[in-house]
Design a protein around this ligand. Structure first.
Ligand SMILES: N[C@@H](CCC(=O)N[C@@H](CS)C(=O)NCC(=O)O)C(=O)O
Length: 200
């Protein structure tokens, strides 16, 4: 299998963490691409986005939640809690909603960075303000969130979003006003899978 990714992309990082958490490294070749300039990526993913995972039968999976759930199934993981009569059903929806919140923060952070790369006369202050407001509101919500151990895809998605903000938007200084989130993230960031996938 080939994972089209980039070492800075928070969505790619989710898949790369799942691969490492479930010891799937020898099954997946990671191919670093620039999504803005890779014809090969556009051939496998018409959206031109990373991550994309090509399977050995020639098919392709796109969108990090889909790719991560496939990898979780392949590795027999528990990162996506199931819905059985034995298990608390809400566990699955909590994990998926936390993933959606983490991905939404990453979406807003990536959009803010892309906006800043446009020619100054085309940049929209209103758009940047909106992206930053989404990030701030969502981080405030996470300050009151309950994070689980063992972690799920929700915890992984939030950690990838925070790692991206640290890398690209350190001026947000999100730790200053969110001590609970800081304490959880700083411990989570010590995991081997997080250390092996630091944005570079
Ligand atoms: N919902 C997608 C988002 C993926 C995404 O936005 N990836 C960015 C890089 S971090 C990208 O490929 N951007 C290129 C573009 O939008 O043209 C996912 O979860 O995989």
């Amino acid at each position: 299998m080939k994972l089209y990714m980039n070492p800075v992309s928070p969505f790619s990082r989710k898949a790369r963490i799942v691969i490492r958490e479930l010891d799937l490294e020898r099954l997946v070749e990671e191919i670093s691409v620039n999504p803005a300039a890779s014809d090969e990526l556009r051939r496998v993913n018409p959206l031109g986005k990373i991550p994309a995972l090509t399977l050995n039968d020639g098919s392709t999976l796109i969108d990090s939640p889909v790719i991560c759930e496939y990898l979780n199934d392949l590795g027999g993981g528990k990162l996506f809690p199931g819905m059985t009569i034995w298990r608390e059903v809400s566990g699955r929806w909590r994990a998926l909603t936390l993933q959606a919140l983490g991905d939404g923060i990453a979406d807003a952070a990536v959009a803010r960075i892309y906006e800043g790369r446009r020619p100054p006369e085309l940049q929209s202050e209103a758009a940047i303000h909106k992206y930053l407001a989404v990030i701030a509101r969502s981080l405030d919500a996470l300050e009151g969130a309950r994070f689980l151990d063992p972690a799920t895809i929700g915890e992984i998605a939030v950690a990838c979003a925070l790692g991206y903000i640290d890398f690209r938007l350190p001026e947000l200084a999100w730790r200053d006003t969110r001590p609970n989130l800081r304490e959880w993230y700083d411990a989570f960031a010590r995991r081997a899978s997080m250390q092996a996938t630091l944005p570079t």
